[in-house]
Write a protein that binds this ligand. Sequence first.
Ligand code: APR
Length: 336
Amino acid sequence: MLSKIGLIGGGYIGGVLAQEIAQRGLAREVGLVDPAPFVNPKDPPDRQEVTKKQSVSIGKTLDISEGLPTIRRDVRLVGSKDYSAIKGAELIINTAGVPRKARPDGSYPSREELLATNLRVTGQVAEGIKQNCPDAIIISIANPLDAIVYTLDKRLGPSKNKLMGMAGQLDSGRYCYFVADAADVSVENVSALVLGGHGDTMVPVRSSCLIAGIPVSKFVDDDTLKSIETRTRKAGGEVVGLLGFGSAFVSPAWAALEMAEAIIHDKRKILPVCAKLDGEYGVDGLFVGVPAILGRNGMEKVIELDLTAEEKKAFEHSVAAVRKTCDEVDEMLEKL
Ligand code: APR
């Protein structure tokens, strides 16, 4: 058990994280920071006064706290609109960001505008961590994943083991779920890795996909596997399309907690992690999804796989996409 976990962002994923951390007893204290709801300067003054008194993070932490006697857990949950909530945290999970949604005038922000907004938010996240828990291990979930983790690294410059992104565990979970469903076997029997960037170029590594230790091809035919791999690459969008109000929030929270538990309990568990590469896989200075050992020191070691020629090509293609995003981030950060 840690003494304190800090959660940045108390939206859909942040809420599930706070609830699960309490339920699983992972820390004595949970600090949740979220400035929402934001005051709209165009609102009448009395409406602005009401909004100022509201707080998503205080509301959510109070709701969970009031359930603690029922689930018999002693956890202190602290919510705040400012970053003092994460003071002294040993582990941070970051979900702060602004989703793509219509402005009050009905227009939508462009991809670049949205990225610039989220890079600004990430600047505040980095400053909050620097001021309140500079030594914390950080797991970042916020999208665009590759760009946000890269920005946190630029802003904070932590040692390589202390900062990582969560994407591969979620994408691999999706791959495993679809395979288990197609093979009609327990999800517990399926293991697989999805590597590379967190986007259309991600690489479901078929050579790593095993059912009870047996190659997946023994159970699922080639065409079905191809369509599963395509569905895995688009799985985030599939949920967005169905929900109609946001993106997946339970499976990403559970995936981040799988990483957090490996760290908290010093499991030395190998999981797909968006980790900084210093020469591994022939990549330098970029955060890319790779298998890594997670233990008490965070991301303890990157594991280099022997990919097939086709997988290697797909991985390189994905790394090129991550590099392009990071070049764009570099340009934007200069202007912010
Ligand atoms: N500091 C802290 N929190 C912030 C800040 C900030 N500067 N700016 C915005 N937030 C908060 C928002 O108020 C919101 O409550 O971040 C929260 C994000 O929550 P949601 O919009 O509900 O998004 P969620 O579904 O939780 O996903 C969070 O993870 O998977 C990704 O694409 C997803 O980037 C998104 C992130």
